[in-house]
Design a protein around this ligand. Structure first.
Ligand SMILES: Nc1nc2c(ncn2[C@@H]2O[C@H](COP(=O)(O)OP(=O)(O)OP(=O)(O)O)[C@@H](O)[C@H]2O)c(=O)[nH]1
Ligand SMILES: [Mg+2]
Ligand SMILES: [Zn+2]
Ligand SMILES: [Zn+2]
Length: 423
């Protein structure tokens, strides 16, 4: 794997837009609009039950909205409602009627999927990563993270932020999609960078060679996080429920719990040794088997021949590295903190990658590294801790949630997508 060269992503050439909710492919010329309804004192269409949306959410609650209408020819990002005449910018998916933000329609959104075995730390990671992106890391990178719909806002608060970050309780095991209907959390991460050509030495805006005013560059990444129950990736049948999500992914983050790697036992801090290995001898839950099954599905979808490697970038992260004992943390790249300068530090990246690779080999999990190198043209290894310390009983440790390198996989993906510079 070469860190220096950027990959060209197959997703970039794609004309179609993928709905981040139902993953149908949409022709950008045929995206319907939703009337804005009554705004202030201006009259608009009254809300009606939106059957498509109700079917998607499995409930009529929140599905009474102003009507959806087909786009007039060459409408661009705006159209007048044929019933009430009001202009609207609100676009929706033609299949499921979920909102498609303008920035998502205009720049090819990339879907990042998150996968891991039961208890690997996925839900905890989602809670913490989103919080980091909305706060510290968001500021550092000059990015904004906006939920694409109200249900995402509500669910993030109710199921993730409130219990874990406010009440400091560990999150419950995620219920199987076979029993509880599942919806992704959909966010739009936007980053505005003045384009390099756009600045004159005096800081003013320059004219481009074509005479137009050079514009700041807006990059958007759809962060579609589907909190899979680890349990669901065990069996082939239920995994198919998640397949559409995985197949639509332009990048994958695999989470691996070092406490489940038998070879890591001696590397764990004393207090971690008592919490390790909750999955026992179940081969279906072993990280390499989960990764292998997801890979098999992706290969089919990409129509790869034997020997060809998958082109999508894959970040593989060891979670819970706070549980590693002093033998690992001494002189460790992983335990140095990141410089936090709004670029990807390529030296740091290479050092962490090598250290995690060495750990995997030490722990007799070198097979995982080998498998990844055979299957993926572009993968990188990470180590992170969402909590920052061992939990106490069913609560977060006394110091509270202190994430550590949680954003690293995402920074690397942003770099791979050309949204972040490397130095
Ligand atoms: N030490 C440590 N433990 C963690 C960390 N993150 C999660 N854990 C532990 O791992 C357990 C499982 O975390 P979850 O986030 O619920 O795991 P999950 O992958 O969502 O599990 P399922 O929903 O069952 O698939 C938590 O209850 C914690 O005990 C971490 O950063 N450090
Ligand atoms: Mg979970
Ligand atoms: Zn849709
Ligand atoms: Zn209307």
């Amino acid at each position: 794997m070469s860190l220096a060269s950027r990959v060209s992503l197959p997703g970039l050439a794609r004309q179609e837009i993928t709905c981040p909710y139902c993953f149908v492919e949409i022709n950008p010329q045929r995206i319907p609009f939703r009337c804005r309804g009554q705004v202030g004192r201006r009259q608009g269409c009254a809300p009606v039950l939106d059957r498509e949306l109700a079917e998607y959410t499995g409930s009529t609650a929140g599905a009474s909205l102003p009507p959806v209408f087909a786009p007039p020819p060459r409408s661009g990002g705006r159209a007048d409602c044929p019933d009430c005449g009001q202009p609207t910018h609100n676009r929706v998916c033609p299949e499921c009627h979920n909102p498609l933000p303008t920035a998502y329609c205009d720049s090819p959104g990339r879907i990042v999927a998150l996968v891991g075995a039961k208890n690997a730390g996925k839900s905890t990671y989602i809670a913490v990563l989103l919080h980091e992106l909305m706060n510290r890391v968001g500021t550092e990178l000059d990015t904004s993270l906006v939920a694409c719909d109200d249900r995402t806002i509500e669910r993030y608060k109710r199921d993730f932020a409130r219990p874990l970050l406010e009440e400091r309780r560990l999150l419950p095991t995620t219920a199987s999609a076979a029993t509880a209907p599942r919806e992704p959390l959909v966010y739009l991460l936007t980053r505005t960078r003045p384009s390099k050509l756009a600045r004159t030495p005096l800081g003013g805006l320059a004219r481009t060679p074509l005479g137009g005013l050079a514009r700041a560059k807006h990059d958007a990444l759809a962060l579609v996080l589907f909190d899979t129950a680890g349990e669901d990736l065990r069996s082939r049948e239920v995994r198919d429920l998640h397949l559409r999500y995985l197949e639509a992914a332009d990048a994958i983050i695999f989470l691996v719990d070092p406490l489940e790697l038998p070879g890591a036992h001696n590397a764990l801090a004393d207090e971690a040794q008592s919490r390790e290995g909750t999955l026992g001898e179940d081969p279906d839950s072993e990280p390499i088997n989960i990764i292998a099954r997801v890979t098999e599905a992706l290969r089919l979808r990409h129509g790869l021949r034997p020997g060809e490697r998958l082109p999508i970038p894959v970040a593989v992260a060891l979670t819970k590295i706070d549980a590693l004992g002093p033998a690992v943390s001494r002189q460790s790249a992983l335990h140095r903190s990141r410089s936090g300068s709004g670029v990807l530090d390529l030296d740091d990246r290479a050092a962490v990658n090598e250290q995690v690779r060495a750990l995997l080999h030490d722990w007799n999990a070198g097979q995982l590294d080998l498998f990844l190198s055979q299957q993926y043209a572009d993968y990188a290894l990470f180590g992170l801790s969402a909590l920052g310390s061992m939990p106490e009983g069913d609560r977060v440790g006394a110091g509270g949630v202190r994430p550590y390198r949680a954003e690293d996989p995402l920074l690397w993906l942003l770099y791979r997508f050309g949204m972040l510079d490397g130095e």
